[in-house]
Design a protein around this ligand. Structure first.
Ligand code: ATP
Ligand code: MG
Length: 342
């Protein structure tokens, strides 16, 4: 896998003395979609701003396709496009003018056909002669995206591109991102809508309090840290879990009529067969069963929670009864990536 962006031992202490980033190491692969997730103030924008040359690092280095962002900043910058979190646009310029100007800034020759395609892709073509101050908020955001794409960057940063935008723009955004990826563009995005990361990203990085907590392929992450639940509707309520089943992670709910088993997504099959066998041996029958699975959001909340006992329980996709309270695994608070069971 070819590395297009490499961040080494990066730290940032702002002039105020506030330490926003501590020893960040990160390699981004060419052509991937990488989602950087973290709570407010985690350091996402600071990291992106350093890579894009807007903020200076205190320590460490960043290379884009081998070009150091300080020693070789012109080349490094020309490879990068940034859609910033904050809306900042030249209000009196036209859409066409500002996007074309952005392209020129990077020394790229004029290419009206390319600019037209970008504006059409972003549904801005009708507004190309409008002054930016006459656009709606969502349209201004589209202009920022068009500006970031104007010089055909190889690496595109999207810092919360869908915050506060309507459903249609969100869908357009993700179609655009898919199209860019298909053309070989590497995409690094931050979002607080974790379902978006779950749908779009190849890899996930979690940052909290200025430190990278983990970087993982999305599927591997969900397999490793995701939990599943099997809920059985019992044919007769139980007052307690029988001693013969004490070795299983089981919970009774709904007045003893429902039995919930929480398990790792990784070794599910054998476990469930063995559990059903044990239930049958204990003379416990059931009339219905359903399974549910933790989402990336559940995993994320558990990882960044300050409460080490925060539940990693399946919630958003749960089909189980709301009363059921599974045994919750917890994450160690010291940044250790392990998930442990209570
Ligand atoms: N110019 C600055 N001077 C001092 N502290 C700053 C400055 N800019 C950011 N910070 C602090 O650095 C920390 C990280 O901020 P940053 O904007 O990188 O967070 P973020 O992860 O992007 O958060 P959000 O999800 O809210 O956008 C915050 O505590 C913030 O207050
Ligand atoms: Mg931010």
């Amino acid at each position: 896998m070819q590395t297009i962006l490499s961040v080494e031992n990066l730290s940032k202490v702002y002039a105020s003395g506030f330490r926003a980033l501590t020893d960040i190491n990160l390699n981004i692969h060419r052509g991937e979609i990488f989602a950087l997730l973290g709570p407010n103030g985690a350091g996402k924008t600071t990291l992106i701003s350093i890579i894009c040359g807007i903020v200076n690092a205190s320590e460490g280095s960043v290379r884009v396709a081998g070009h150091d962002i300080v020693a070789d900043f012109r080349k490094a910058r020309s490879l990068i496009g940034l859609v910033p979190q904050e809306l900042t646009t030249d209000a009196f310029e036209t859409v066409w003018g500002t996007v074309s100007f952005s392209r020129g800034l990077f020394g790229k020759p004029a290419n009206p056909a390319y600019v037209e395609r970008v504006l059409r892709d972003l549904s801005l073509w009708e507004k190309r002669n409008n002054k930016i101050l006459t656009l709606s908020g969502g349209m201004k955001r589209r202009v920022l995206i068009a500006k970031a794409l104007a010089h055909e960057p190889q690496v595109l940063f999207l810092d919360e591109p869908t915050a506060g935008v309507d459903v249609e723009l969100r869908r357009d955004m993700w179609n655009l991102v898919r199209g860019l990826k298909a053309n070989g563009v590497t995409i690094i995005l931050t979002t607080h809508y974790i379902d978006e990361a779950e749908e779009m990203a190849d890899r996930i990085g979690v940052i909290n309090a200025g430190r990278i907590m983990l970087v993982e392929h999305k599927d591997a992450l969900m397999r490793k840290l995701g939990r599943k639940q099997l809920t059985l509707q019992l044919d007769a309520p139980l007052s307690a879990i029988p001693a013969a089943l004490a070795g299983w992670r089981l919970e009774l709910s709904n007045g003893g009529a429902e039995l919930t088993y929480t398990y790792d997504a990784e070794n599910e099959r054998n476990d469930i067969i063995a559990l059903l066998k044990s239930l049958s041996e204990a003379g416990i029958g059931f009339t219905d069963l359903k399974t549910s699975q933790s989402s990336l959001e559940d995993i994320f909340v558990s990882l960044v929670s300050k409460d080490p006992t925060a539940a990693l329980q399946p919630a958003s996709r749960a089909t189980s009864h709301p009363d059921s309270q599974p045994t919750a695994p917890s994450v160690e608070e010291n940044g250790n990536k392990q998930v442990t069971s209570r």
